[in-house]
Design a protein around this ligand. Structure first.
Ligand code: SF4
Ligand code: FES
Length: 373
């Protein structure tokens, strides 16, 4: 039996193939967003996978059953071979999505990417106000370049999703962000409150909104969804810090998603490198071997690893115990119940962290190689 057809049982259930792959082509990026989900120790250009390695990985992903590949980073457009990589992924039958800041996108590159078979573009915006957006991105004129990039994507006839990471320094302009998405011709807007791992964690005092801010944002999203039905779909990701139950992070560990880092580390989520675990390399094993047989993917898959209260909870196959990276960030132990759950013994740690919402701090620790605290 081929490894791809292997339905090896972990924790008492047959493992289904992953649906989507996040291909983090590079950690290089001209922007320096203080909530970047990349690890604090950024991988340098010298360790990045080659074009041939990525092509093999996309072929393996398609054979494994992956349906979509998200080209991400850092800034994936910093890779000179992006067009070649998109063409190969499309050739092996993957739906291709480019997740980009847009600042390196021009008409010529867009034409090449569209001809290579790119299916969709997701463009990030930091704010609706240019000066604030450029300050958050840590990059002069970023906002103007993004506006131009959005027009180029739409001219090329590709569907556009606008992604806006929200926090207390831009939430006041959420209505303008919704209007901007409509004006730019986006078909979807992701209003995603910052999640506090990666660079957002050391920036939490400058980012975490108050509950009142969150409530206002939720009301704005609800009203916009009604008003813009059929024009703009809005996805809404709320911050765990005000939740009573955690999100099913990544749809559960090793259940739906597979991430590959710039150097070829294969991870169950984009923040897994924060955990004190060894992750396998796509240079040494096939994606199928890693998905079905590696200790790293089996470690928190299913429910057998769960402590109480998750073990006996009727939501254990709904949220899969929440987020392992958040559990580790709070407790130093990735196997604890996510403190975003009100039933978690460590919930007081999250309750105390909400004090950051009242912090007067506005300065950011910008994402940058060597800037990790
Ligand atoms: Fe989810 Fe565990 Fe909380 Fe139950 S106890 S809701 S499974 S995190
Ligand atoms: Fe890693 Fe949630 S971000 S499990």
């Amino acid at each position: 039996m081929s490894i791809a057809a292997d339905t090896a049982a972990h924790a008492g259930f047959a493992v289904a193939p992953p649906l989507a792959m996040l291909a983090e082509l590079t950690h290089r990026c001209p922007l320096r967003c203080p909530y970047c989900s990349n690890p604090l120790e950024l991988e340098r250009a010298s360790v990045e996978l080659s074009t041939a390695d990525w092509m093999r990985i996309f072929s393996e992903a398609a054979a494994l059953g992956v349906l979509q590949v998200h080209f991400s980073g850092g800034e994936p457009m910093a890779r000179r071979d992006l067009v070649e990589l998109v063409a190969h992924a499309a050739k092996v039958g993957l739906y291709t999505n480019l997740i980009t800041s847009g600042v390196l996108l021009d008409r010529a590159r867009m034409t090449e990417l569209a001809a290579a078979g790119l299916d969709h573009v997701q463009l990030s915006f930091q704010d609706a106000d240019a000066a604030s957006a450029d300050r958050i991105a840590g990059f002069d004129k970023a906002h103007a370049k993004k506006l131009a990039a959005a027009a180029i994507v739409r001219e090329a006839g590709l569907p556009l999703t606008m992604n806006a990471v929200m926090h207390k320094q831009n939430l006041a302009r959420l209505p303008e962000i919704v209007e901007l998405a409509v004006a730019l011709g986006a078909s979807r807007l992701e209003v995603a409150h910052a999640q506090y791992y990666g660079w957002a964690l050391p920036n939490r005092s400058a980012l975490l909104p108050t509950y009142a801010m969150l409530e206002r944002a939720t009301a704005i999203v609800d009203a916009a969804r009604d008003r813009l039905k059929g024009v703009l779909a809005i996805d809404y990701v709320v911050p765990d810090y005000y939740a009573r139950r955690p999100k099913a992070c990544m749809g559960g560990w090793g259940r739906q998603f597979i991430n590959v880092s710039p150097a070829g580390k294969v991870l169950p989520c984009h923040a897994a490198e924060t955990l004190p675990m060894d992750f396998p390399s796509a240079l040494k094993s096939s994606l199928a071997e890693i998905w079905y047989r590696s200790d790293a993917f089996a470690r928190f898959r299913g429910t057998d690893w769960m402590p109480d209260p998750c073990r006996s909870c009727d939501r254990r196959e709904v949220d899969w115990g929440g987020c392992r990276c958040q559990a580790f960030a709070f407790t130093g132990d990735a196997a604890r119940t996510d403190p975003a759950c009100a039933l978690a013994p460590d919930r007081p740690l999250l309750d105390a962290a909400r004090d950051d919402a009242d912090s007067p701090v506005t300065d950011f620790l910008y994402r940058q190689i060597g800037a990790a605290p």
